[in-house]
Design a protein around this ligand. Structure first.
Ligand code: GAP
Length: 495
């Protein structure tokens, strides 16, 4: 299996150098766990979210979306169990007071998995292996729990504490009744949301992998409690192959529900259809002690990051835990009336596909990154739907006003349809290299012949193939090229 070609630190350097991602407010020294997206990063991130929303909301009959608030009634987080249980394991240095996440510290030092280990187990590992503070080599104390929610206060009144949401999911449960009624949803159905989430991670690390402010793309998929084994869409993925590591293989025996399998395959397919390499993914079931407080069963879609196989997306069976909790705490009936049995039922979330936008960003960047030895530059082979800039328009020479003017006209027309850039600085070779490095899918060059015959050269980022087409056909040819048609079939080859 191909290893990713860069380390995570090298990817961070590349992202900064090319305008994808910067440490937040770097002029003040940055701030751990927070990043700003640059002029290319914001486009890539928006394209990822747009493709996800299109596939899982707009193109489906059974899923609708919402956009809930980041700060909400704090009762939500009591009901959901986050106030009591949304914790990570922390260990303090007794000498310099630095704080570390106990499980990742042990994983780094001992190279063993810690999933499912208790606090006592983690403390015992630290003592037995005499693990010291990575900063000052001081002794470490006992492992404790640390709540990951950021707190804030609302309005001028002291004491009105609130939380920044640590997951987007809860607003879907809180708004469940309104959304179901107004969108006239019938089981099984999903409610989706894309938005910011905040977690006061003890050790933010690995660039965009573990941040304190990030975005999630989540679906809560609700089913009839007595029809949990039914999946109307299983035929769509029945022949789809996935690399699965089940809890049975790891520890105990459990089966995957059909709907869970369906969503895992659909999410994997989404990544692959947008250009990610299928062999960099696997599916791993959580062992019992690793499950979140709300989950009956969880399967992670994992990706082989340069620092190992890690969770890319979590798909949990949340049962009726959340709706029941909100019914109890809000004293609101969130049950549905079942026409068949004439009884009230509380739907189950058989599957909650929950994807971090920035982890998806990393996957697409790692799988797109190629160093081309013959070109002596990086070629960022992002899928055209994801490329931050689709087309670069280049006048062959920058000192001939009529060539530049003609090129500007082409650029003005194309930018009505796609994200484009106009570049006239440096040699044409240098401009092609710059375009390759930032993932520009096609470039259009305007030269002296254009002034005579109104034709331009289109160059493919991935193959360097070039064809000559009339300006009148340019939009049509570029559209087809971005939809996957071969460039060579659509115009006269060049050189
Ligand atoms: N609603 C369920 C939930 O939030 P989770 O496994 O805690 O589940 C889901 O998070 C996804 O959100 C993860 O698989 C990951 O892609 C992303 N994510 C979680 N914590 C993150 C962090 N600190 N930084 C970046 N992405 C994160």
């Amino acid at each position: 299996m191909d290893k990713p070609k860069l380390t995570i630190d090298e990817m961070a350097v590349f992202c900064k150098r090319k305008g994808f991602v910067y440490p937040s407010a770097e002029i003040y020294g940055g701030i751990a766990g927070f990043y700003d997206f640059g002029h290319l990063g914001v486009e890539l991130k928006n394209n990822i979210k747009k493709e996800w929303w299109k596939t899982f909301v707009q193109q489906r009959d059974d899923v609708v979306g919402i956009d809930g608030s980041i700060i909400t009634n704090p009762m939500i987080w009591k009901a959901s169990g986050h106030v009591a249980g949304f914790t990570d394991v922390l260990v303090d240095c007794q000498k310099c007071n630095s704080r570390f996440r106990a499980d990742t510290l042990i994983e780094d030092k001992l190279k063993i998995p810690t999933a499912g280990m208790t606090m006592e187990g983690l403390s015992a590992e630290i003592k037995e292996h005499k693990i010291k503070c990575p900063k000052c080599s001081g002794n470490l104390g006992d492992v404790k729990k640390f709540n990951l929610m950021f707190t804030t206060s609302i309005g001028p009144v002291q004491g009105s504490a609130a939380y920044l949401r640590p997951e987007t999911a809860q607003l879907i449960f809180a708004d469940f009744r309104l959304v179901q009624e107004n969108a006239r949803l019938k089981l099984p159905f999903g409610i989706a949301q894309i938005g910011k989430a905040f977690r006061n991670e003890i050790s933010p690390r690995e660039f965009l992998f573990r941040m304190r402010e990030f975005e999630q793309m989540e679906i809560e998929y609700f089913v009839h409690p007595e029809k949990q084994d039914e999946c109307p869409f299983i035929e769509d993925v029945i022949d789809y192959e996935l690399n699965v590591l089940s809890a049975e293989m790891q520890k105990n025996k459990k089966n995957m529900e059909k709907l869970h399998a369906y969503w895992l395959a659909s999410m994997h397919k989404w990544f692959v259809e947008l250009g990610a390499s299928p062999e960099h993914f696997r599916i791993r079931q959580h062992v019992k002690d690793e499950l979140s407080h709300y989950a009956l069963d969880t399967w992670d879609l994992e990706y082989e990051f340069p620092f190992g196989w890690k969770e890319l997306q979590g798909l949990s069976n949340r049962t009726d835990f959340d709706l029941k909790q909100h019914m109890e705490h809000s004293k609101t009936d969130l049950s549905l009336f079942d026409e068949e049995t004439k009884k009230k039922i509380i739907p189950h979330v058989i599957c909650e596909p929950s994807q971090g936008v920035e982890r998806a960003f990393l996957v697409f960047m790692f799988d797109a990154y190629n160093y081309d030895k013959s070109r002596e530059n990086v070629v960022l082979k992002l899928h055209p739907k994801l490329s931050p800039i689709k087309i670069g328009v280049f006048p062959l020479v920058s000192n001939k006003a009529d060539v530049v003017k003609k090129a500007r006209g082409v650029y003005d027309e194309l930018k009505q349809h796609w994200a484009c850039t106009f570049d006239l600085s440096g040699s044409i070779g240098r401009r092609y290299a710059r375009a390759d490095e930032t993932g520009i899918y096609a470039t259009v060059t305007i030269d002296f012949d254009t002034l005579e015959d109104d034709s331009v050269t289109i160059r493919s980022r991935d193959t360097m193939e070039q064809i000559r087409v009339k300006i009148s056909e340019l939009k049509d040819v570029l559209s087809k090229f971005m939809e996957g048609e071969k460039l060579g079939k659509m115009g006269k080859g060049v050189g």
